[in-house]
Ligand binder design. Structure first.
Ligand SMILES: [Zn+2]
Length: 332
């Protein structure tokens, strides 16, 4: 058992309260490897933004749980080395799917966990979330839960369909489960293909798809039911077209990849939405950089050259999100 406090990490409680009051959102960036972690910490340290490092079950399997825990500890020390005296860094489990996985993360030094039981019947979602909350709170670890279903990886049955959160359920759910924050479904979606062409309109000038707007009426109704309660948005990459175009022009194949327009995320960040999850955008930045180096210099075989450029691309992307979209710069 290792406590996140020994690692210099913080939980989300105070961070979220400040973000709601201040009208900004905390970035939650997924990471699987050293370059991503370096880019996240550098961007957060240089902009003085609180940050949530997210690890999915898949990332944990990919990177190894022990290595990850030491990487997070190293991230705190690296942040200090960069001149960030009191780093505000959370290590968070993204989409925990069982009590055992959440418990294992709490025991391994995570400061926050998500239990995603949103695919279970309502009462079972409450029961499992409550069980995780009871364990996690013993160690002052905060818990994110989910109500409603996002399209994409979570929804294995019919990936194109999402089910918006029902605002009439949120008070009962939050009260009985005891969760610290709630991920809701208002039309965001996982991955780089958030909408089918049929769901979109096409810009006649560029030929690019224009996605349907987020359901801000659902968000407003949730906030009315649960004033001041921390709300989380998953699947909130904007899928920058410059990366998609770069990848496609360098031999890649990402037809009609599309995300959430940043002006909608800006609007959400000013509300009780205090955590915005971004994963696909950094994957795109990474891939664009690797393709660029390998295409322009076919003789290159030093991974530091293409992973180094990938790191630069991701750092720029993270800073842009922090400063221009979420408004979390200068808040830590
Ligand atoms: Zn998610």
């Amino acid at each position: 058992m290792v406590s996140y406090k020994e690692l210099g990490l913080v939980n989300t409680r105070e961070m979220f309260a400040k973000a709601i009051k201040g009208g900004y959102a905390i970035p939650a960036f997924n990471f699987n490897n050293m370059e991503q972690l370096q880019a996240i910490i550098k961007a957060a340290a240089e902009t003085k933004s609180p940050v949530i490092l997210q690890v999915s079950k898949g990332a944990r399997n990919y990177a190894n749980q022990t290595l990850l825990r030491y990487m997070a500890q190293g991230a705190v020390e690296y942040a200090k080395e960069l001149g960030w005296e009191k780093p505000q860094i959370v290590l968070h489990l993204d989409h925990g799917d069982s009590f055992e996985l959440c418990k294992s993360c709490v025991d391994f030094g995570f400061s926050s966990v998500m239990i995603d039981a949103s695919s279970l019947p309502y009462e079972e979602n409450i029961a499992l979330t409550k069980k995780v909350v009871e364990y996690a709170h013993k160690y002052d670890v905060t818990v994110e839960a989910e109500l409603g279903v996002l399209a994409g990886v979570e929804d294995e049955v019919s990936s194109a369909v999402s089910h918006y959160t029902k605002p009439e359920e949120v008070v009962d759910f939050a009260t009985r489960s005891g969760c610290d924050s709630l991920a809701i479904s208002i039309g965001t979606s996982h991955g780089a293909y958030k909408f089918t062409p049929e769901q979109c309109t096409r810009d006649p000038k560029t030929g690019k798809l224009v996605p349907p707007p987020l359901a801000f009426d659902v968000l407003d109704a949730v906030m009315e039911q649960l004033p001041g309660f921390p709300i989380v948005l998953h699947g909130s990459s904007s899928v920058p077209q410059e990366y998609v175009d770069m990848i496609n022009s360098l031999g890649g194949k990402l037809p009609d990849a599309i995300g959430i327009p940043e002006e909608q995320l800006r609007k959400a960040a000013k509300s009780a939405v205090c955590k915005i999850n971004i994963d696909s955008d950094s994957r795109l930045a990474f891939t664009a950089a690797v393709r660029k180096v390998l295409t322009e210099k076919p003789g290159e075989f030093d991974p530091r050259k293409y992973c180094g450029l990938a790191r630069d691309f991701m750092e720029d992307l993270y800073k842009h999100k922090i400063i221009d979209v979420l408004g979390s710069d200068g808040k830590a």
